[in-house]
Design a protein. Structure first.
Length: 432
């Protein structure tokens, strides 16, 4: 029980113990089979509180329960962190890269990064635990073991049972120990429900408009003026930076940003770009959203990543689209069709540079990669269902009025605004 749990002091590893044998396998060390002296695991504290792994379909209440837990963690737990799992792993890889850049490629950076994170959180709450990336699969088991050895308690949500994580992934047999670790150290709780609570009818807010007619532009401008601050901060172009790259914002006003779909999604962009944007803006107006078929799969993936970032940050989203929401993404039949009809002549040049490098390092062919979950459609089905569910919730009057004191008496409005600012501030801090 957390009420009686006293986290142990964090013992940072000696840098001398983290210098790997240059002859050891790079991939083997990530899986925990390397020759580094730091590979000997530290014992877990005897009083380590058991963690929790909640899984179930989209909209069944997983995130709500985890947030309730987070907000009621007892006062004896001095440090806690709540973060989307994708954001967390992105930060881990960024920290690993920085340490290796400073200390050399052969340095075993994982124990140092794990100890630093343990210093910031006795309890880690992850939303949307998943593993679809081989880079995550390579480090995850050993990294979780290191965190637990420092007394970190983990609570997480996921769409999948642990046994289904990284399904059909590259070298999945090496990921099985991570699955066993999760099942051993965390209580696995099934929250499946036939009801998607996000889709329970709520009064609509009117933030979504289709089709792309004359009224669409007026709709976007009206909401941009309402959510922005045109009197004190007239609309203007802005630029932000992430990892040395510029992110252009065509029009910004106050804490609102306005893009066309092509300006936001049409260019090469990813989760890091969208996470940076939601740190700066509380509201997004995106115009001219098309219906996406198998030919726009990359657009669909980027747009879903953007939706996830906006939803997780509790920001507001206004859309003008060519089709109704339920027709934005490809159907299950289209996903299967895209998998079956993918050109057998597609070469590695069709992949991102980091994936091409990974294929070279592992000696994998394009055919082998196509048999993994990246192309199977399984992850896309989860992502599409989650995105539609989240769009439905973000389109409700309740979501849009949150933090504005709209439709409530003055006292309730002030309390709601304070709670909303606290949530946005906490998210921004935890996602950095």
């Amino acid at each position: 029980m957390l009420k009686s749990y006293t986290p142990p002091p964090i013992v940072h590893p000696s840098p001398d113990d983290l210098q790997e044998d240059a002859k050891s396998s790079f991939w083997g060390s990530l899986f925990g089979r390397g020759a580094a002296r730091s590979d000997v695991p530290r014992p877990r504290p005897e009083n380590l509180a058991r963690g929790l792994y909640m899984y179930g379909d989209v909209g069944c209440g997983k995130t709500m329960l985890m947030d309730l837990f987070y907000d009621t963690i007892p006062s004896n737990i001095k440090r806690k962190k709540r973060i989307h799992f994708h954001n967390f792993m992105q930060g881990v890889h960024k920290d690993l890269h920085a340490v290796k850049k400073a200390r050399g490629r052969e340095f075993d950076a994982l124990p140092m990064v794990a100890a630093n994170i343990a210093e910031t959180a006795n309890v880690l709450c992850f939303d949307e635990f998943q593993c679809t990336d081989i880079a995550d699969a390579m480090v995850l088991r050993r990294f979780l073991e290191l965190l637990m050895s420092h007394g970190v308690v983990m609570v997480t949500t996921s769409n999948r049972h642990p046994d289904d994580l990284y399904k059909n992934g590259i070298q999945r047999e090496h990921f099985i120990p991570c699955i066993k670790l999760l099942k051993k150290e965390l209580e696995v709780l099934n929250l499946n429900s036939e009801t998607d609570y996000r889709k329970i009818p709520r009064p609509p807010s009117g933030v979504y408009h289709h089709p792309l007619d004359k009224a669409a532009e007026q709709h976007a401008e009206k909401w941009f003026e309402y959510l922005g601050d045109p009197q004190n901060d007239p609309p203007h172009p802005a630029t932000h930076e992430v990892w040395g790259r510029e992110i252009p914002v065509p029009s910004a006003s106050g804490r609102a940003a306005k893009f066309s779909f092509q300006e936001l999604i049409g260019r090469a962009s990813g989760a890091a770009d969208y996470l940076e944007l939601v740190r700066h803006y509380d509201a997004f107006i995106v115009t001219d959203v098309p219906g996406m078929t198998i030919r726009e799969r990359d657009w669909a993936r980027r747009f879903i990543t953007f939706i996830d970032a906006v939803y997780e940050s509790k920001a507001k989203l206004v859309l003008t689209s060519a089709v109704p929401l339920q027709n934005l993404f490809m159907s299950e039949a289209e996903i299967k069709s895209s998998t079956d009809t993918s050109s057998s002549t597609d070469g590695p040049e069709a992949l991102p540079s980091d994936m091409r490098q990974l294929m070279d390092d592992l000696g994998l062919s394009m055919a082998a990669l196509k048999s993994t979950s990246i192309f199977s459609g399984d992850e896309e089905r989860f992502a599409f269902a989650r995105a539609l569910s989240r769009l439905t919730e973000m389109g409700s009057k309740q979501w849009v009025e949150r933090g504005m004191g709209v439709g409530m008496d003055v006292t309730q409005g002030l309390e709601d605004r304070d709670a909303y600012k606290k949530t946005r501030s906490r998210w921004s801090e935890d996602s950095m």
